[in-house]
Design a protein around this ligand. Structure first.
Ligand SMILES: C[S@@+](CC[C@H](N)C(=O)[O-])C[C@H]1O[C@@H](n2cnc3c(N)ncnc32)[C@H](O)[C@@H]1O
Length: 265
């Protein structure tokens, strides 16, 4: 079995257990980070647009993107997640969401009848592709489905910021961050360079303050106990982030930072 097949098998297994033994979703174990990322993306998602959400999982963020969209096409390569996302959006009364089974590496096969899109989104999807070459192929597929001037919003896991966070934690006497073995962090610098011929980076929301409070301050407060994703510090961190309180001093460690690219005309 190839590494890609193993990763897909991992998600197929996870899709059968909506919550893990700690009551957290396998698709996004830190619910407060999920909200912070959604808020950062929604800030750059104009109303009334045709949106593509790739790697939608159970649709928890898809439904947020759909609330002000003209339409949303959500895809995932795990059929069970496609079903869950469709059910969740329907339960919220959202009639503008179409959930489809498909792989980002064969994106046009799945979404061609719906393209072009005004906005495309990936939220921790590319990070599941085991090589940079495949991650770049995936973003090229996304740009093929975007209208000229269309936006691509992504929050994945930037390698430079992850290293900076590890340095910061080390200075504070904390261990390095645990990285899920199949997660392939992405170099933000190299992504910007790869996309430069076809897109401009027009905005960046680092989420570094959220990261500092949840990944540095909270572990220090909790030590010697393990930090908790559902801790009140994370809740407050999200509220601050959503209120726009995001001191730039922390930008460097914002590994889930949201990049907003605009496709050249
Ligand atoms: C970490 S989860 C995130 C789900 C969702 N975006 C969210 O934030 O809640 C990653 C999702 O990407 C999907 N995925 C991974 N690789 C994919 C691929 N090659 N094509 C389509 N979906 C993929 C997985 O099945 C999983 O649902």
């Amino acid at each position: 079995m190839t590494v890609s097949e193993q990763i897909k098998q991992y998600w197929e297994a996870k899709s059968l257990t909506p919550l893990d033994d700690m009551g957290l979703k396998p698709t996004g174990r830190d619910p407060y980070l999920q909200r912070a990322v959604e808020a950062a993306m929604l800030k750059h998602l104009p109303a009334g647009k045709k949106v593509l959400d790739v790697g939608c999982g159970d649709g928890v963020s898809t439904k947020e993107f759909a609330k002000n969209a003209k339409s949303v096409v959500a895809i995932d390569y795990v059929e069970n997640y496609v079903k869950q996302a469709a059910e969740l959006c329907a339960s919220e009364g959202l009639k503008n969401v179409t959930c489809l089974h498909g792989d980002i590496l064969k994106l046009s096969e799945t979404v061609k009848p719906y393209a072009p899109f005004d906005v495309a989104i990936t939220l921790r999807c590319l990070i599941n592709l085991p090589e940079e070459k495949l991650q770049f192929q995936a973003v090229d597929n996304i740009f093929d489905c975007l209208a000229p001037g269309g936006l691509y919003l992504l929050s994945e896991g930037w390698s430079e910021s992850w290293s900076a966070l590890d340095d910061c934690r080390e200075q504070c006497g904390l261990d390095k961050m645990y990285l899920v073995p199949h997660n392939q962090l992405i170099s933000k610098e190299r992504m910007i360079a790869h996309l430069a011929p076809k897109a401009d980076l027009i905005a960046y929301e680092s989420l570094g303050f959220y990261v500092f409070l949840s990944r540095v301050l909270q572990p220090l407060v909790m030590a010697p106990e393990a930090p908790q994703h559902l801790h009140a510090i994370n809740r407050v961190a999200t509220d601050l982030q959503r209120a726009g309180i995001a001191p730039a001093e922390f930008d460097k460690i914002g590994y889930p930072g949201v990049c907003v690219f605009r496709k050249k005309a």
